[in-house]
Design a protein around this ligand. Structure first.
Ligand SMILES: Cc1ncc(COP(=O)(O)O)c(C=O)c1O
Length: 347
């Protein structure tokens, strides 16, 4: 029997054979002494690819966001984020727990803020208010459905933020998806931000790891915060080796995931689910679908779908998120569409 079709997240992927070989043969040393040649090679490769002075290898995108935000801020300050930003909602409250920061959230359109919204969210500079010091952006935007921030939008947001004296951190956990979808190199697309998080474990298929990128001073500060968070590594090259394979070989194929997501959206819409964004506006590898109450109770739909070999996360308010990735083929997408039709009695 074939494995199930797992659409829960692009983090469910298995490392490729090439990654496993690289991990098995990685040359390593103690990274506390900067003696791990594989960690250094990954950091240098990433810094070059993103046109930055330096990069820091960390365990996860959450940790990359954490060390980046803490490097740009001081306790008591305020950070502007889109209301459904991953940093605000899904990173266990580190802004408050570790940073002593006041999040100022603003609802965007499909995860996108405008420069005027950013300006409106800056607290007055006086003794009463927390001082706003950072704008966090997210590209692609997970909770909005893998939506894109174009280069022009990123430039406009960063220009306004910088004009207001703020730093800009870009949560680019899926920045390679954005780059492939927009046809803009990552160095250009992320240049307006002061720092960038890049995740290796999502579309790129690594088992562990992410990077925080920026100036040499920023990365020096982020390295100290990584230590505070208990994130220093010894022979980290064992996992960094897979990251090198990912940057070298796993980026271009993301276009397949995007095509698969769009096709899946069409199949789900044809079966009667409500897509938001609609199929023609699915921009990368994430989509959200609502199961209308008239069709089936959403929990039952998910359970029956699992019985058909298609796995998704439990619904929230009748909505499910589906994510394509390297473990899902175009044939799997057709099979998933057929399974949905069967579950809904339309097969
Ligand atoms: C936009 C975004 N940023 C950061 C993260 C954090 O990644 P991790 O959970 O691997 O630390 C995620 C995870 O899904 C994400 O979607």
């Amino acid at each position: 029997m074939r494995d199930s079709i797992n659409l829960r997240s692009d983090t469910v992927t298995q490392p490729t054979e090439a990654m496993r070989r690289a991990v098995a043969t990685a040359e390593v040393g103690d990274d506390y002494y900067r003696d791990d040649p594989t960690v250094r090679a990954l950091e240098e490769k990433a810094a070059e690819l993103f046109g930055r002075e330096a990069a820091l290898f960390v365990f996860s995108a959450t940790m990359a966001n954490l060390v980046s935000v803490l490097s740009h801020t001081r306790r008591g300050q305020s950070v502007i984020l889109e209301a459904s930003a991953h940093i605000f909602n899904n990173e266990a409250g580190f802004l408050a727990a570790f940073g002593g920061l006041t999040p100022r959230t603003v609802k965007g359109t499909r995860g996108r803020l405008t420069p005027d919204q950013v300006e409106g969210a800056v607290f007055p500079k006086d003794v009463l208010h927390p001082q706003t010091s950072l704008l966090c952006l997210e590209n692609t935007h997970n909770a909005a459905g893998g939506t894109l921030l174009t280069l022009a939008q990123t430039e406009a947001l960063a220009a306004r933020a910088h004009g207001l004296g703020l730093k800009v951190h870009l949560d680019g956990a899926r920045i390679f998806n954005a780059s492939v979808a927009l046809g803009v190199p990552v160095a250009e697309l992320t240049a307006p931000a002061d720092s960038v998080t890049v995740c290796l474990t999502k579309g790129l298929g690594c088992p562990v790891g992410a990077l925080a990128l920026g100036s040499r001073d920023f990365v020096g500060e982020a390295r100290r915060w990584r230590q505070v968070a208990g994130g220093g590594m010894r022979q980290g090259g064992v996992v960094a080796a897979a990251g090198i394979v990912a940057l070298d070989t796993m980026v271009d194929r993301l276009a397949e995931d995007h095509a698969n997501a769009r096709r899946l959206a069409v199949l789900l819409a044809e079966a009667g689910l409500l897509l938001d964004p609609p199929p023609e506006e699915v921009e990368s590898n994430i989509l959200f679908a609502e199961i209308p109450a008239a069709l089936m109770e959403a929990g039952l739909f998910v359970e029956r779908l699992r019985g058909e070999g298609v796995v998704v996360n439990p619904p929230r308010n009748r909505r499910i998120r589906l994510v394509t990735h390297l473990g899902v083929t175009a044939e799997d997408i057709e099979a998933a569409g057929a399974a949905v039709r069967r579950v809904l009695g339309k097969g």
